[in-house]
Design a protein around this ligand. Sequence first.
Ligand SMILES: Nc1ncnc2c1ncn2[C@@H]1O[C@H](COP(=O)(O)OP(=O)(O)OP(=O)(O)O)[C@@H](O)[C@H]1O
Ligand SMILES: [Mg+2]
Length: 333
Amino acid sequence: MIKIKNLVKKYPVVNPNKSLKQRVKETLKLEKKSLLTALDDVSFDVKKGEIFGVLGPNGAGKTTLLKVLAGFLLPERGTVSVNGFDIIRERHEVRTSCNFLRAGGWVIFDYKFKISTMLKYWGVFLGLPLSEAEERINYTLEKVGLLDKKDDYVENLSYGMRQKLNLARCLMTHRPVYLMDEPTTNIDPYSADFIRRFIQTELRREGATTVLATHNLWEAEQVCDRVAILMGGKILTIGTPDDIIRKYALDTAVIQIKPITDDIRKKIKALGFVGNVVPESDLVMVYGKDLPKNIHKILEVCYESKTKITYLDIKKPSLNEVFIQLMRDKNEQ
Ligand SMILES: Nc1ncnc2c1ncn2[C@@H]1O[C@H](COP(=O)(O)OP(=O)(O)OP(=O)(O)O)[C@@H](O)[C@H]1O
Ligand SMILES: [Mg+2]
C-alpha cells in the first residue's frame, strides 16, 4: 500500500540573524550547507490494512515523513508510492488517497462555524455532493462521540473535542490511507482510549492502512502491527513491537531460591539463554532471552540442586524501556 525507497527530505535552514534579502538569497540558492536533512535514506513498506507506528524523539522526522506520504512535501531523493500512486507524478491521486490527521488539535476552517457546517463544507471541499456531505455529518459525529455537539461552534470545543472533530473530518470521505500525527497527545485518558479503539476497530474494519506517529510507546505497543523508530531522520530499527523488544532487551525473572548458593547462581548463569544473574537481598534477578519459554530450565537447576523456589515473577521489558535505552546508546556514541 505504501512503498518508500531511499527517501531523502531536506529543509532550507534560514539564519534569522541575517537580513531578509540575504535570507531569501540563501533560500533560493539552497546551498548544501544551508540544508537540514530531515529524512535520510528512509526505506520501508507498509502493507494494506496494517497499522504502522512511527516513533522517535522530537525532531526525528515523523511529521515530515507523514507530510511526504500525504503529498504535501516533495522529497529531494528517493521514490514513494501511496495506494499505488507515485507521490511526484501522481500527486493529486496520492492526496485523494489519504486522510491526514494533523497534530495539535488543528481545525481547518473558521472557528465561528457550527460543527455541522464545518463538516459539510469540508465534505464538499473534498468533492462530495452537498446532499451526501449532509448525510455523512451525523454518521461521522456519532462515530467519534460528538453527535450532541453538532450545533455547537468549533471555537467552543475543548482541545480533545477538536481532535475528535478532526477524526470526524477524516471520516467524511472513504479514503484507504490514514496518516495520523500524534492523535492522542494532550487528550484525556478516556478520550485517548476512545481514539485508540477507533483506530483498532473502525479503521481495521474499513480495511484502512494507518500510519501513526506517536510519542506514547505503550500506545504503539497496543495498537501497531509494526513500528519504525526514527532518529535524526534515519531508521534505527523496524519490526513488530515484540520483535524489537526481543532484539534489544532481555526479560527479567525475579526469583527467591532457598537456600541460594554461589554454585546455583553459576549454574543458572551458564544456561545459554541467561545474560546475567544479579543477587538482590534474598532474591536473584535473572536477565535472559525468552524467559517465559525457558524458565523451566532454571527450575530444573534448582530441583537438581535440591533447593526450593518460593517466589517467581517474570517481567517483559516494555517498548518504552527499549526506546529509552536505544536513545541513550545513540546519544552516548
Ligand atoms: N518547515 C520546516 N522548515 C525547516 N526545518 C523544518 C521544518 N519542519 C521541520 N523541520 C526540521 O526537520 C526536522 C524534523 O522535524 P519533524 O517535525 O519532522 O520532527 P518530528 O519527529 O515530527 O518531531 P516532534 O516529535 O517534535 O513532532 C527537525 O530538525 C525540524 O527542526
Ligand atoms: Mg511531529
